[in-house]
Design a protein around this ligand. Structure first.
Ligand SMILES: [Zn+2]
Length: 138
């Protein structure tokens, strides 16, 4: 389970920060990319379990999903998942288009095209990976 590996990395990095400053962690805000495919509930459970006996034992975890953002390398148009729902429906069939977007694998975006000019050459500018956005110590 990748969620546990991610949680371990977060707990270890934030613990180190708190120990260096001799403080306890009150709140941690984690931003999870929509395309990462991580399950928020699993990640939350992993964070809480791994925080026992660390400076994070009292921490409140705020997990926020970052929507995917694309930018066309040809015309510069920027768009998100709602604009390509129609394309996803064509790729996966209309039934699966109703699937929550964070279940759409990152590979699927390889089949998308710019909604404005039709170019398949675009960059994913947001919605990938996991990062610690804020840490509150006390
Ligand atoms: Zn374009």
């Amino acid at each position: 389970m990748h969620e546990w590996a991610i949680a371990e990395g977060v707990v270890s990095a934030v613990s180190k920060l708190a120990e260096e400053r001799g403080k306890e962690v009150m709140r941690v805000k984690i931003v999870v990319g929509e395309l990462s495919g991580y399950e928020i509930e699993v990640l939350d459970t992993a964070l809480k379990s791994l925080s026992i006996d660390t400076p994070l034992r009292k921490a409140r975890f705020e997990i926020v999903v970052e929507p995917t953002q694309f930018k066309c390398n040809f015309c510069g148009f920027e768009w998100g998942m709602p604009e390509v729902r129609g394309q996803l429906a064509e790729i996966f069939g209309s039934e699966n288009a109703e699937t929550p977007m964070h279940y759409i694998p990152e590979l699927a975006v390889a089949f998308l095209k710019c909604p404005k000019c039709g170019s398949p050459d675009f960059t994913i500018t947001a919605g990938r990976g996991v990062r610690v956005a804020e840490v509150e110590l006390a």
